[in-house]
Design a protein around this ligand. Structure first.
Ligand code: PLP
Length: 427
């Protein structure tokens, strides 16, 4: 038994399933997860000292690669000044101003500590602002694990076959309406019938929790038009896509103008920072100005904010997204060619530093098509890649991420591994 297996056995004695977040477990692909000791640039090292090329990037935040020296320096400097004050700091003002500069639809922004909190707070705010209860989400989208959003979700919920969670009373989800992703007709029909009862629509503009499925322009336009027409709030969840698919997020790619946007992951650069922000009249409903209560002991934590600020500083470098997108595009093109060489049904696509790989002939455009991907082939591919030093997300329902440190040699090594892995899939 290697050290990862030994530690995983031990972990399961003290931690449910041996992990502190379900998707880290390898349950759908089998085997023991790797216990990571350290990471640098595009690589992670497990407790056996084995090196992996990392395409999880902490599930999105590590866009600069691991241990970026400028970010680490900023964090160390913040630590020297104290860990938490529970009083305002200048850094919080700076990061709010920075977010506003980068995302023009944001007039005010409130920091929280996780994407889940951002989603939960955004929903409460939309309900408080509109005085309505019904919320609309889409099948396969994940917005964190708050009760009213845990209905037909993506990510681990799909991986483990629990699209709606136990422990959530029906009364809490009665007002959650679930529609099909990329089906604009369904949105129009719902709003025709019930538009005046709907508080908000919440959407991942590029879905990344049922693998990667970009929205169609028509789908996003339909929800923007209908919410505006009926006085409902449009919440775009950019926890994954924000500062990831483009500097201005998915909303800049699609030219969509949300009322509220959620952020997380990259905005904290690997530390617990997330946020929700948007139109001033809506944001002013939040306490202490308004009646919608929302708070957090560690919200805007100085060390976490220093990490986020330093990360945002780096991603503003000229051509950052051009370079990042080029590497992701090289990766998916190379994987496609390797699959073709071995006659494996496979497709792949990328947007900015985010990508999807699918064991299916063409890239899926709906939840139903995602469900057609071949999980058994993925399993073989996943383990062959891992054995050859490439760490992919251990599920067919997760997107992948490249960092700016995934240079040509890293992509080339990945493709060498993929050549062997596809050969095994074919066997
Ligand atoms: N929203 C989206 C789109 C996400 O991908 C995630 C996490 O993966 C969340 C919300 C929840 O964020 P967190 O895990 O920080 O609570």
């Amino acid at each position: 038994m290697d050290q990862n297996e030994v530690l995983f056995d031990r972990a399961q004695e003290s931690i449910p399933g041996g992990v502190n977040s379900p998707v880290r477990a390898f349950r759908s692909v089998g085997g023991a997860p790797r216990f990571i000791e350290k990471a640098l640039g595009p690589h992670m090292f497990d407790i056996e000292g084995k090196r992996y090329i990392d395409y999880i990037g902490s599930w999105g935040p590590m866009i600069l690669g691991h241990n970026n020296p400028k970010v680490i320096e900023a964090v160390k400097h913040a630590v020297d000044n104290g860990l938490s004050f529970g009083a305002p700091t200048k850094a919080e003002v700076l990061i709010a101003e920075e977010i506003k500069k980068l995302i023009p639809t944001i007039e005010e922004v409130r920091l929280v500590s996780s994407g889940t909190e951002a989603g939960m707070s955004a929903i409460r705010l939309a309900r408080g602002y509109t005085g309505r209860n019904k919320i609309v989400k889409f099948e396969g989208c994940y917005h964190g694990h708050s009760d009213s959003l845990l209905v037909k979700g993506g990510s681990g919920q799909l991986t483990f076959g629990t699209p709606s969670s136990a422990g959530v009373p029906e009364a809490v989800t009665n007002d959650t309406i679930v529609l099909e992703y990329n089906n604009p007709q369904m949105i129009r029909e719902l709003f025709d019938k019930q538009g005046d009862e709907i508080a908000c629509v919440i959407v991942e503009a590029v879905a990344g929790n049922m693998n990667m499925v970009p929205a169609t322009q028509e789908f996003l336009n339909a929800m923007r038009e209908e919410t505006a027409k009926h006085g409902a709030v449009l919440i775009v969840d950019e926890v994954m896509t924000g500062f990831r698919v483009a500097l201005g997020g998915a909303q800049s790619v699609y030219g969509i103008d949300p009322d509220i946007t959620m952020f997380g992951k990259v905005i904290g650069g690997g530390m617990p920072v997330a946020a929700f922000g948007g139109k001033r009249d809506i944001m002013n409903c939040v306490a202490p100005l308004g009646a919608v209560y929302q708070a957090g002991t560690l919200s805007g934590n100085p060390v976490a904010v220093a990490c986020g600020l330093a990360t945002l500083e780096e991603i503003k470098a000229p051509d950052f997204y051009k370079r990042l997108s080029a590497q992701a595009a090289k990766l998916v093109r190379g994987l496609g060619e390797a699959a073709k060489k071995h006659g494996v049904q496979f497709s792949a696509q990328s947007m900015g530093g985010m990508f999807g790989i699918y064991f299916r002939g063409s890239c899926p455009t709906s939840f139903k098509e995602v469900m057609e991907c071949d999980g058994e082939r993925f399993k073989t591919f996943f383990h062959a890649m891992l054995d050859n030093g490439v760490y992919l997300a251990p599920s067919i329902y997760e997107a992948g991420f490249v960092s700016i440190t995934h240079d040509d040699s890293v992509i080339a090594r990945t493709l060498e591994a993929a050549d062997k892995a596809f050969a095994e899939v074919k066997r």
